[in-house]
Design a protein around this ligand. Structure first.
Ligand SMILES: [Fe+2]
Length: 378
């Protein structure tokens, strides 16, 4: 991301302002000391813990059902847990977890994901992400990026629900949107000004208490008496951020544009994008919806948030479809005919292409529409 600086800090890194009132410098960085990073200046030593203990975590169980295309009513289950305990993966592989979260409880403590970066797409509700970097308010239609290793508390409204992607590898902006100077190019679907970063201020959470550190198979629970939200200043390139889909511009064309044109975030093992409300292709004989396609090297996942999803029958807000590698897919019978002459779409859907083969979870079986494969039979 771009450089941000807030609050007080020494003129040079790795120096101090006043030896009688030392600030504690923390390097928050990815890819060892080589990747993007920020420098934070705490009032307390960030290592100051009362205790650390292991705690159990619900394990992921693989579905035993055949590996075919799927449709999930992915928000049809009862609200449960908090943002820490209520994340429900529908599918996963070594590098990704993808699912939905709609908590019924507040977070019992703070959280830190030791292994995965997270990007949330907020389907409903509002909230605030509070971290040592400050606070970001979020709401419907926002993407919210939470870097791996961030200690945070999340507040959310009772109607909060989100689609999430967790990635072992860095989540970033596709490099083709950046010039050699690191600036977002003209013609890219968003600009620096469209991203919101956390603001330092008086946090609405103490930043002390228990921190649930998610290690995938279990938690480590840190107990802290002193606040983690004690930062006087920070600067750098790695921090949580948000962007609303209203600030992202779709790229449209005379003829049908393939999914990578809608890409907005990228990682080593996936791409993520948004089908936004947009005018359709403007060739007089354009077929405005997707052709049949055989994604040989990817599993293709879609979360439908709002609008009219013209190429899919039986889909509603909160639906997730998965079109798996190895089986051709495309519009259902009659969809191409119905689309001809249509000028625009108001659909809003999030798309992920997973490059490594995914597995479905047993939880996903409980929200599956088992007739989905039949929707292609005429
Ligand atoms: Fe597709």
């Amino acid at each position: 991301m771009f450089y941000v600086k807030q609050g007080n800090m020494p003129d040079s890194r790795h120096t101090y302002i006043d030896r009688n009132e030392l600030l504690r410098e923390e390097l928050f960085g990815e890819e060892s000391f080589e990747g993007p990073y920020s420098l934070l200046y705490h009032r307390n030593e960030p290592t100051d813990l009362v205790s650390v203990e292991e705690a159990p975590k619900k394990s992921l169980l693989e579905s035993k059902r055949a590996f075919t295309h799927r449709h999930y009513n992915a928000l049809s289950y009862q609200r449960n847990g908090s943002f820490i305990t209520g994340r429900n993966p529908l599918m996963y592989n070594e590098r990704l977890k993808i699912g939905t979260v709609q908590p019924s409880e507040k977070m019992k403590g703070l959280m830190r994901n030791a292994l995965f970066e997270t990007i949330l797409f907020i389907h409903s509700g509002t909230g605030e992400l509070i971290s040592p970097f400050g606070s970001i308010k979020f709401g419907k239609g926002d993407y919210l990026y939470i870097p791996k290793g961030l200690t945070f508390y999340m507040e959310y409204s009772t109607n909060f629900s989100a689609f999430f992607l967790e990635s072992r590898d860095r989540i970033s902006i596709p490099s083709r949107y950046l010039n050699v100077y690191g600036q977002l190019k003209e013609g890219s679907p968003y600009y620096t000004r469209d991203f919101r970063y956390p603001l330092l201020g008086k946090p609405s959470h103490s930043g002390a208490g228990e921190v649930y550190v998610d290690f995938g198979t279990h938690y480590l629970v840190e107990k802290r008496e002193k606040s983690m939200f004690d930062v006087e200043g920070w600067d750098g390139y790695l921090y949580p951020y948000a962007i609303n889909v209203d600030r992202i511009s779709p790229i449209v064309g005379k003829l049908h544009m393939p999914p990578p044109i809608h890409e907005h975030f990228t990682g080593k093992s996936f791409m993520m994008g948004t089908f936004l409300p947009r005018p359709f292709d403007f060739h007089p004989k354009a077929v405005p919806i997707s052709y049949y396609h055989n994604n040989i090297d990817t599993d293709e996942i879609l979360f439908y948030s709002s609008g009219n999803f013209m190429s899919r029958k039986g889909i509603s807000p909160g639906s997730v479809t998965v079109h798996v590698r190895g089986i051709i897919h495309g519009p259902q019978p009659g969809a191409v005919e119905n689309s001809l002459g249509k000028q625009s779409t108001n659909e809003l859907a999030v798309m992920i292409e997973a490059y490594d083969p995914i597995k479905f979870t047993e939880f996903a079986d409980t929200v599956e529409d088992r007739d989905y494969m039949k929707s292609w039979t005429s």
